[in-house]
Ligand binder design. Structure first.
Ligand code: BGC
Length: 925
């Protein structure tokens, strides 16, 4: 029996999310999934049932009527990814939802606040609008051959009359190229670089904005600026041929249904009635080259009703076969604004601003006629580093010019920034000001742009260099989430390299909520999978049609297509990503198998980067430079094995028992082959490299008998390298994790704390504010590494972030309990660390952990969210010394004792706040 209404339970649902987002507009999943977390002041709280109501009418919902879906009371603990199961959802409709839950004692909560989402245009026939743009200039047969010159951004315009009060108006818009939307003179939304990057020949994203408040009774104007963007501008690894992988001609599509107060409707569509202007103030805009803005060319009020567009051309309408899909992840926005810390003048009239932080984005600049002559060209050149003489270092950007220009005119002070470009930089050089002018620090502001994935992790400890490392990792993640996870944001590359993403993905998920972002990117990966199953090395793949240097199928890079969805499943309990991706992932493993029937991955390894940037590639004095490079065949076969195992695990989740057994057996056979072929009886993994041991242990491929010996061999391989790393970026994190797992945590800490080359702190000592591509990208006194490949914002070596979260903070996922429904808290302090604290907003709520060691007392404070369970490991040299909040732990009924072994006591606890203390003599273990 339900309790009385005034006797509410002790938990209350909050943070209602639909498809991982809060109140999303224009989604196109037919059965969206709901998640929520709880508020509670009590320990041991959990949900026993839930009840969801969905209505297309907010007022009905207020009266607790779910006319679209009334789930009824469902006895379930699930609060993550509950699939909608009501009436079919309709295009363009807004839906409102709320829920209540029952707590552990069966008491109902109050109804949650109302949340909402809207559906996008679900069928292609819902799109009545047409693709519009400028009349193409080139002859068709010439299009592919002549690289296009950069042209000014187009401006498109449509005015229309409204007679009545608007009830609601949601606009659906996309472009081949990039757009900014203006209504009656105001920019709509705070996004940049929309509709963002996808495999355009397969899918183009549209965005939905609520513009109800932008419209007035009377004349209204829609204005759109159209740029080249990823679609028609420069993108990575295409330059030698031309810069248009997808197409030349920018196009816009826009559909605006307006509903009036009396429920009548009109629809404004992009079609031949629109006007276009091709000579606007944005003279050129390109991701690599930068943007040029000419204030003399500004058309005041161009997107307001009073503007006269009679000399504008009519648009050209083109039939296009484009699959439009809703963007269902966080948009690119300004995520931080940074004031410069310093200004220098290496040459008269050339000023260099130092932001003190390497970021991806651009600068806002304040210009006025006191500091700029009329028609002066103010130039902003961006770079990551300075040369010895204090001038800007740009060689490592290669062909990316990374320059914004403003041609000044007028009397007013203007704050300007680019629209359709971004740069990777810490320094910006400003030139072109009036002679004798010394601009102040406030003259510019650095704007970091990124896909706005919410930050969910925090970390701090007693060692400043680790804190700096953690911050550098976060900044490299920020700088490389620009619609896809890129390798770097500065040089002429900026691609979704899958090897880098795969090694970094768990760190990225500890740092930020990546669920929606990766759900989008996995589709890009799938879209560029070849028919016979090969995954690309970069997604989207800019080199899929090239005969020479086709980037597909490399071990560890292509395998990201299997690893990434698996990790997303583990972190967010996202079964759907597995379900949708399974056939594709299986096809990849089947491809490798079909070409390598003897189960050693010899053939079809594509460009085969192997353990990229391993010690053999390092040029440095007093560094051994031998035996660093794991034999490629060993590396490849390890990844073949791992992907096969993951397919079997996915099959198990999907309850596909045939496949489960098939891939499990296949993996067992690969394992046997691997051990026979590559592992000697004394545990030497062919090649005898740090990487070989680390990866073999990490993937659990070794036979029991050889495992212990291989661990010893891994340690010897480190000793041969003077206890320094010789691993590339694929095997570095596995090496750290395997050292810890095998009881050699002290060695892992030594590597982390090492200030000798190559190490994380070495990079920091050379001035890094982000992760560098190379350990020695720059060395004080020596200078720069080769400019050919030297990014100062490359997250791959930042994968050690996972080790920091798992070992120092102690937060660990449990594979059997995806989405943190049950997890392990197991800090493993080492070296001179005195304390660490941090938190993680999991999909089920925030977990926080802090520990300290002082006067032989170990204190551990944890907060466990409702509806979850934690296994907590407490360091204690005497079990009876353990107390929780002053009470001997054995007296507490809500804490379940599991084991005490090797000075570690294990307990199981459920939600709430706990303060443990125990006796702990440092260096006992
Ligand atoms: C990228 C890497 C990438 C590699 C493949 C480089 O140019 O920056 O991070 O994984 O190529 O070898």
């Amino acid at each position: 029996m339900e309790k009385q209404n005034n006797e509410f339970g002790k938990i209350r649902p909050k943070t209602l999310r639909c498809e991982y987002l809060i109140n999303p507009l224009g989604i196109d999943v037919l059965k969206p999934r709901f998640s929520w977390i709880f508020e509670s002041k009590e320990c041991n709280q959990k949900q026993t049932s839930y009840h969801i109501l969905v209505s297309s009418n907010g007022n009905l919902l207020k009266k607790n009527e779910g006319d679209i879906w009334d789930s009824g009371k469902v006895n379930s603990e699930k609060n993550v990814n509950i699939k909608y199961d009501g009436k079919p959802l309709e295009s363009r409709k807004m839906y409102y939802w709320k829920l209540k839950v029952w707590d552990r004692d069966g008491n109902p909560s109050e109804w949650s606040k109302i949340s909402k989402w809207s559906m996008g245009l679900l069928k292609s026939s819902d799109w009545k609008a047409e693709w519009i743009g400028a009349r193409p200039k080139r002859l068709k047969w010439l299009r592919k051959k002549i690289p296009k010159r950069l042209e000014p951004c187009y401006m498109l315009r449509k005015s229309f009359f409204i007679e009545e009060k608007v009830k609601n108006a949601l606009v659906y818009i996309s472009a081949l190229g990039e757009y900014e939307l203006y209504i009656n003179g105001k920019k709509v939304g705070d996004r940049y670089l929309a509709p963002e990057w996808t495999v355009y020949d397969k899918r183009v994203q549209y965005q939905t904005y609520d513009i109800s408040d932008f419209l007035n009774i009377g004349q209204n104007v829609i204005g759109v600026i159209l740029a080249d963007g990823w679609y028609a501008g420069h993108i990575g690894l295409t330059l030698l041929y031309n810069h248009s992988v997808y197409g030349f001609d920018r196009r816009l599509i826009l559909q605006l249904p307006i509903v009036f107060a009396d429920d009548t409707k009109i629809e404004i569509l992009s079609n031949s009635s629109w006007k276009i202007y091709k000579d606007g103030p944005i003279r050129r805009a390109d991701h690599f080259k930068g943007e040029t803005y000419d204030l003399r060319k500004e058309l005041l009020g161009w997107s307001t009703p009073n503007f006269d567009d009679s000399d504008w051309e009519n648009v050209h309408v083109e039939r296009k076969k484009v699959k439009l899909v809703a963007q269902m992840n966080e948009p690119i926005r300004i995520v931080d604004q940074i004031k410069p810390i310093e200004i220098t003048e290496p040459k008269p009239g050339i000023f260099i601003y130092n932001l003190g932080q390497n970021i991806a984005g651009w600068c806002k600049i304040k210009l006025n006629s006191t500091i700029c002559d009329q028609e002066a060209i103010i130039r902003l050149r961006y770079g990551e580093m300075l040369k010895e003489n204090g001038s800007l270092y740009t060689r490592n950007l290669k062909t990316a010019r990374a320059t914004d220009k403003y041609i000044f005119a007028g009397d007013e002070e203007r704050e300007l920034h680019p629209h359709f470009t971004y740069h990777g930089f810490q320094y910006v050089e400003v030139s072109g000001l009036k002679e004798g002018i010394k601009p102040p620090l406030e003259f510019i502001t650095g704007c970091a742009i990124a896909s706005d994935t919410p930050v969910v992790g925090s970390f701090e400890c007693s060692d400043r260099s680790i804190n700096k490392l953690w911050s550098n990792i976060i900044w490299s993640q920020r700088g490389n989430l620009i619609s896809v996870p890129t390798d770097c944001p500065q040089r002429d590359e900026r691609l979704g390299w899958m090897g880098d993403a795969q090694v970094f993905c768990q760190t990225s998920m500890y740092n930020m909520d990546m669920a929606a972002f990766y759900n989008k990117w996995i589709k890009d990966i799938r879209d560029d999978q070849t028919k016979n199953g090969r995954y690309p090395d970069i997604a989207p793949n800019t080199r899929k049609n090239k005969k020479i240097i086709r980037l597909i199928g490399a071990p560890a890079w292509a395998d990201c297509g299997v690893i990434l969805p698996w990790k997303v499943y583990l972190n967010y309990n996202d079964r759907r990503i597995i379900k949708e991706h399974y056939t594709s992932a299986k096809k990849w493993v089947d491809f490798v198998h079909s070409k390598n029937p003897d189960l050693i991955w010899r053939h079809y390894r594509g460009r085969d980067y192997s353990d990229w940037l391993n010690g053999n590639k390092i040029k440095a004095k007093s560094y051994p430079k031998r035996d660093a490079s794991i034999p490629k065949i060993v590396f490849a076969t390890l990844f073949f094995y791992n992907s096969t195992i993951l397919i079997s695990k996915m099959a198990k989740i999907l309850e596909n028992s045939n496949d489960f057994h098939y891939y499990k057996d296949l993996a067992a056979n690969i394992k046997e082959k691997f051990n026979n072929q590559f592992v000697s009886t004394d545990g030497i993994v062919h090649g005898n490299t740090q990487a070989g041991y680390a990866l073999a242990l990490y993937f659990n491929i070794l036979d029991k008998e050889t495992q212990t010996k291989s661990i010893q061999n891994m340690i010897k391989a480190l000793e041969r390298y003077d206890n320094r790393l010789s691993t590339g970026f694929v095997s570095t994190l596995p090496l750290m994790l395997e050292l810890t797992r095998s009881g050699n945590n002290d060695i892992a800490y030594e590597l982390l704390f090492s200030r000798k080359f190559p190490s994380w702190f070495y990079m920091i000592d050379q001035g890094a504010t982000t992760m560098w591509e190379r350990w020695d990208g720059y060395v004080k006194g020596r200078g720069f590494q080769s400019w050919i490949m030297n990014s100062f914002n490359h997250y791959a070596y930042g994968s050690v972030g996972e080790w920091i979260y798992r070992i120092i903070l102690g937060l660990n996922l449990l594979e059997e309990n995806p989405g943190f429904s049950k997890f392990i808290i197991n800090p493993q302090p080492g070296s001179h660390l005195k304390w660490a604290k941090g938190s993680y907003k999991s999909i089920r709520g925030e977990i926080s952990i802090s520990w300290k060691i002082k006067n032989n007392i170990y204190s551990l404070k944890v907060e466990i969210p409702c509806n979850t369970t934690a296994i907590v490991n407490i360091l204690a040299d005497k079990i009876d010394s353990i107390k929780e909040n002053g009470t001997p732990i054995e007296d507490l009924k809500n804490i379940k004792f599991l084991s005490y072994d090797d000075n570690i006591a294990k307990y199981e606890i459920s939600s709430g706040e706990y303060k443990f203390q125990s006796s702990w003599r440092k260096n006992m273990k």
